[in-house]
Design a protein around this ligand. Sequence first.
Ligand code: ZN
Length: 177
Amino acid sequence: MYREGHIGLGLLVATPFAILFSFSIAPQWGLFTFGFAFITSRAPDIDQSLPLISHRGFTHTIWFGILLSLFFAIGATVALSPFIMDTGSLDGLDALASLLMGNWEVFIIGFVGCFAGFVSHLVGDILTEAYDYTVNPFWPISNTAYTLGWTQADSKVWNWGLLVLGAVATAGTVALI
Ligand SMILES: [Zn+2]
């Protein structure tokens, strides 16, 4: 699956969470949820530009997904901190801890949005013909390879079809919130 398919699938998987956060917290968080999923929907394929790491190796495990989502969720909470709270005289880890506890909604939305995008990437790869690169999401605890092979990586129907579906789901959610 190519970029278009992964982005579309990421938006699709993020849609129920975006609706949930929009209605339970505030509309703008639905947009952030899509944003986070958009970023991570292609992140695992950074392995193709890194030396020494095999394709569909560690960056395609849920452990990497958890680390990546934590990184973005903490980063987003800190980046948004000037707008959401004043940590005053606190600094270092104390400031970070109070930021995360005081803005747990941002942290949760960041984590869930990123993880949804990440998982959608694995789903996309599992749907795609694996050739020599299977997805082993629980490696090294389990070496089980998941592959369905319903489509070829370069299928225009799947790639563009998913992108259109993801865009429609996103536009529909924005209209709804
Ligand atoms: Zn991949």
